[in-house]
Design a protein around this ligand. Structure first.
Ligand code: ZN
Length: 408
């Protein structure tokens, strides 16, 4: 396979996760009697531009089917984060009713609802029908297409040249990264600002967050690689912030290389230095990742088997993509984990791909009073533990498997 950014041949493997179904291919009960498609899941490192990327066996269109069920608005902490972001951007970049804000991967309108509330004209781009529908129900204007240079030109022609573009947790999910990034350079007004949030590669490696690897997640990004990718496609990074979201993310601020004249903040060079000192562009940095991930897998299996032998009951919380990677890599089935609770009603009644663990509502948890609640989206651990604090009333405990098995 060739690198998605620089076209070099990829030879360095970061991790081989065997095979698994697409992590958002939730099953209906009628599909349980049919086979599932399992694709190889392997992560490769480009030793030329250091873009870490998924080997692309899975067909792109199959990964984002119209019933793709991730709705951002089901996380209250993510909503609060988005509301704060909008307030900060309006202030920092003096946005007004004369401005234009465009969000790529607007999902269910979790963020644009606050832009609209502030009286700033905004537009969402969201190719997934079910989430686009939810966004429209909030009164938002949504273009149901994939973003790239072609769509950017259309939007500019329709009067949507942007003062601010927002792209949260989408950069890593795009197969053609060059066309995607070049689209922002086209869409921005001469002094426009583009912000992007994405999980930071250094957190993935440091915390061994291997469960954030799945087919729909094409790239794993350092600031150094993103800067290279952006500069090759007409964008310059002028600021970066480190965030606690999604297990450790970056928010980068970019402008057009040809017209943007915001001064570059010291934060950019500082983080580039930290990355260089850690060795993110050396093979040694990645050498023990697979072995550490295998230890996490073993830790989860030992915990589940021991719990079962001791007659303890375990349920899971959060039918998230990362949970599917973990459960399928470990080979967990319903014998060890009989159900998973999710707050999203559109997921309830479905089954996790691969493991086929049924997704149930919170009533099941309250009724069955399990000894352990395994939190699959560990990035929301604090939020989930506080939401489900009543589990303590019957002596229940919370468990996270990444970066190591922890019972609390
Ligand atoms: Zn490359």
């Amino acid at each position: 396979m060739k690198c998605r950014h620089c076209d070099s041949e990829l030879s360095l493997q970061l991790m081989d996760l065997g095979t698994s179904p697409p992590s958002n291919a939730y099953l209906r009960v009628s599909q349980l009697t049919a086979p599932e498609k399992w694709y190889p899941l392997r992560i490769l490192t480009c030793t030329n531009c250091w873009l870490i990327q998924t080997d692309d066996y899975a067909h792109y269109a199959e990964l984002f089917s119209s019933d793709y069920a991730y709705f951002s608005s089901y996380s209250t902490s993510w909503l609060a984060h988005s509301q704060r972001y909008v307030g900060d951007m309006v202030k920092r970049f003096a946005l007004s009713s004369a401005s234009r804000v465009v969000e790529i991967a607007a999902n269910d309108g979790y963020l644009l609802q606050y832009v609209k509330e502030a009286g700033i004209p905004c537009l969402g781009v969201e190719p997934t029908a079910s989430t686009a529908r939810a966004a429209r129900a909030k009164g938002l204007e949504i273009v149901e297409k994939f973003f790239g240079v072609a769509l950017a030109k259309e939007l500019v022609a329709e009067g949507w040249a942007a003062d601010l573009t927002v792209a949260n947790n989408v950069l890593a999910h795009v197969p053609d990264v060059n066309d995607f990034v070049a689209g922002f350079a086209k869409l921005l007004k001469p002094q426009g600002v583009a912000t992007f949030e994405f999980p930071h590669l250094m957190q993935l490696i440091a915390e061994c967050q291997f469960d954030t690897i799945y087919h729909e997640h094409f790239s794993y990004l350092s600031l150094a690689t993103v800067r290279r990718l952006f500069e090759a496609n007409g964008l310059g990074i002028f600021d970066v912030a480190q965030l606690g979201t999604h297990g450790g993310s970056l928010r980068i601020y970019a402008q057009r290389l040809d017209t943007g004249d915001r001064p570059k903040q010291e934060s950019v060079e500082r983080l580039l230095r930290i990355e260089a000192e850690a060795g993110v562009e050396t093979p040694a940095y990645y050498a023990d990742f697979q072995a550490r991930a295998d230890d996490i897998r073993d830790g989860l299996m030992v915990f589940l088997v021991e719990a079962r032998r001791a007659g303890k009951r375990v349920g899971a919380y959060g039918a998230a993509a990362k949970g599917n990677t973990l459960l399928n890599y470990a080979g967990v089935r319903t014998g060890l984990l009989p159900w998973v609770v999710d707050r999203n009603p559109s997921k309830q009644g479905l089954y996790l791909p691969g493991s086929r663990v049924p997704i149930v509502d919170e009533e099941r948890l309250k009724r069955e009073k399990p000894d352990y609640v395994l939190i699959l989206p560990w990035n929301l651990k604090a939020e989930v533990m506080s939401q489900l604090s009543y589990v303590r009333d019957w002596g229940g405990q919370f468990v996270c498997a990444v970066p190591e098995i922890q019972v609390s």
